[in-house]
Structure formats: structure tokens, C-alpha cells
Design a protein around this ligand. Structure first.
Ligand code: ZN
Length: 132
């Protein structure tokens, strides 16, 4: 699994096996952004410091701008729809994609700070065996 697929699949950046979010469904209204404290596979800390994911605004913002540019070209240049209709459509689209955008922003943000270790999951498992 590459870093990109780990981000898209929202996996732990350290072992790329554990899930970053408790619920798979980004539209699970109550727990959409709920993350475990640690990776269930390699024990990587997902909350490295208080307010860590405030920085994810810097990674979700370019996603929103990219989508805005893409839909602008599609609606205004290719389909040539009315500007007022475009504003309503783009508001609906971006609002409905928010849970996915926020999750991707967080996944990119934690990938900036945590490096991949292919043996991370196995190391944690062997240490767990030694403790027992
Ligand atoms: Zn992990």
C-alpha cells in the first residue's frame, strides 16, 4: 500500500493497516470524525498533541480549492450553466462532501508527520507477546 492509498483508505500512516477513524462511513452523523486514541495494530498515537488536527485545515483547504476549480470548469466552461445555478450547485456539492474532505485533510495531515514502518504492526505484536 502506498502513502496515497493509505490516505485514500484512511489507514494509519505508521503501519498502513489500522483504521484512522472509528466508523468506516464518513456520513455517520455522530461519530464521523471520531478517531481512536491509538492505532489498533501498531499503537501509533493518533492525537500527538492537543489541537493537532487544527492543522488539517491547511490540507483540506487545497482539496476544497481543487474541487471548486474542477467543478467551475465543468459547470461554467463545459456545461455553460447559469452563474446563479452554479453557486447553488457548488454550495450543495461542497457542503455534502465536507465529511469526506475533512477526513482526507486529517489523513494527509497525519501522514506529513508520521513515517511508514513496514514492520510496525509485527513489532507491536511481538512486544505484546513478550509482555504476556
Ligand atoms: Zn498503525
Amino acid at each position: 500500500m502506498t502513502r496515497l492509498t493509505a490516505i485514500v483508505k484512511q489507514k494509519c500512516p505508521h503501519c498502513r493497516q489500522g483504521d484512522l477513524f472509528v466508523k468506516k462511513n464518513p456520513y455517520a452523523i455522530k461519530d464521523a470524525l471520531k478517531m481512536p486514541e491509538r492505532c489498533p495494530i501498531c499503537q501509533q498515537d493518533f492525537r500527538m498533541e492537543p489541537g493537532f488536527y487544527i492543522g488539517a485545515l491547511w490540507t483540506s483547504f487545497p482539496l476544497v480549492i481543487s474541487l471548486l476549480a474542477l467543478f467551475s470548469v465543468l459547470f461554467l466552461v463545459v456545461l455553460q450553466i447559469d452563474l446563479y445555478v452554479f453557486f447553488v450547485l457548488i454550495a450543495i456539492i461542497l457542503f455534502s462532501l465536507q465529511p469526506i474532505i475533512i477526513r482526507l485533510g486529517r489523513a494527509i495531515w497525519i501522514n506529513v508527520f508520521v513515517d511508514y514502518d513496514p514492520e510496525a504492526g509485527e513489532k507491536e505484536a511481538s512486544q505484546r507477546d513478550l509482555r504476556v
